[in-house]
Design a protein around this ligand. Structure first.
Ligand code: HPA
Ligand code: ZN
Length: 344
């Protein structure tokens, strides 16, 4: 299949971290302004941001790329967030996306007030989304390694009281699943459920299928981030099909983190054929030095997917999105019109 066609296809993406999708030129500007210890040559600077090309797959090294000491002021937060949302679509044709952000990433180093930081984040993201007319909603990420559960409960209650979260359509759990298993966050996700937010949980990425069971049964996950290990547990496969749990899969990220040995044998195609609701996503394009189009190319060139497979991945994403049913129907109709215009 022609790369140009893959690039032009409209795409629905449910799993991309803004902290892994920052605009490199803006980070460079901030690093130089704040005299941070980074190369003063842009090309070398960009290399330090990214997972090294010659590295073996390595989850800890991958996560270490989420550097959070850029910000000397909330103006710096605004600049990085605004420019990264303006440049979100890197010739990928995002038709609808749910972009996740971790408010604590922006606040933790300088000890900014989380409520004020969140307000600045949302102002920047919303202005950029409006300016570029993107169809984008937000997911809030809680990072497993940053704070214990009680602190997240306390701060989330403050967010609910003081911040307008209208376009935040769900909550995510990310970070180091090796050292911080999902059962550490049961109380937090019970609270999230009581507020009526759906959630998506990173699980079964580099650990076993057991974390996927816990994410569904104890954390009320409607979607699983990655979850490649589902392929190893036939009982779980049956269970996720029955419950309609969706999987946000990211083949290139999964190769770099070591979640899967290569993109050729990645389970996304087999799961799709078995009727599991899988979706295709980029995860962290700046860190990975990729775009979402590269994940489409991997599915076609290495796994042998056809256009019908790609269409199903996208309609699965519409169904699994955290939009209302009415919004989903409207999105589905608009998406199909655009898809048909592109392929015929
Ligand atoms: N796993 C866990 N946390 C993350 C990832 C990931 O692949 N990317 C960004 N945060
Ligand atoms: Zn992720």
């Amino acid at each position: 299949m022609d790369k140009h066609l893959l690039q032009k296809l409209p795409k629905i993406e449910l799993h991309r971290h803004i902290e892994g999708a920052f605009h490199p030129e803006t980070l460079f500007h901030i690093a130089m302004k704040n005299q941070l210890d980074f190369p003063s040559n842009f090309h070398e600077f960009k290399n330090t941001l990214q997972f090294p090309k010659d590295s073996k797959p390595d989850f800890a090294l991958f996560l270490s790329k989420f550097y959070n000491k850029w910000y000397n002021s909330l103006d710096d937060v605004y600049t990085v967030v605004y420019n990264s949302f303006v440049h979100l679509d890197n010739n990928e044709n995002l038709f609808y996306s749910e972009i996740r952000f971790n408010p604590f990433h922006f606040a933790i180093h300088q000890g900014f007030d989380p409520v004020e930081t969140l307000k600045v984040f949302l102002m920047a993201a919303r202005s950029a989304i409006r300016a570029t007319k993107q169809n984008t909603k937000l997911l809030m990420t809680i990072n497993r390694g940053f704070y214990p559960e009680d602190k997240y409960i306390e701060v989330f209650q403050q967010f609910m009281k003081h911040v307008d979260l209208l376009d935040v359509v769900g909550i995510d759990l990310a970070g180091d699943e090796v050292n911080f298993p999902p059962e550490h966050f049961t109380k937090f996700f019970n609270l999230i459920q009581s507020y009526g937010y759906p959630c998506t949980i990173h699980a079964g990425e580099v650990t076993s299928a057991g974390q996927i069971w816990t994410a569904i049964d104890q954390l009320h996950a409607k979607r699983i981030g990655h979850g490649v290990k589902v392929i190893e547990d036939s009982q779980l496969l049956h269970y996720v099909k029955e419950k309609g749990i969706a999987f946000e899969m990211c083949p290139i990220s999964n190769y770099q983190t070591g979640a899967y040995i290569d993109t050729k044998t990645h389970p996304i195609k087999s799961l799709l054929e078995q009727g599991v609701k899988v979706t295709l996503n980029s995860d962290d394009p700046t860190v990975q030095n990729t775009t979402l189009v590269d994940d489409y190319i991997a599915c076609v060139d290495q796994m042998g997917m056809n256009l019908e497979n790609l269409h199903t991945l996208n309609t699965n994403a519409i169904n699994a999105s955290f939009l209302t049913n009415k919004e989903k129907t409207q999105l589905y109709n608009q998406f199909n019109m655009q898809w048909n215009k592109t392929i015929y």
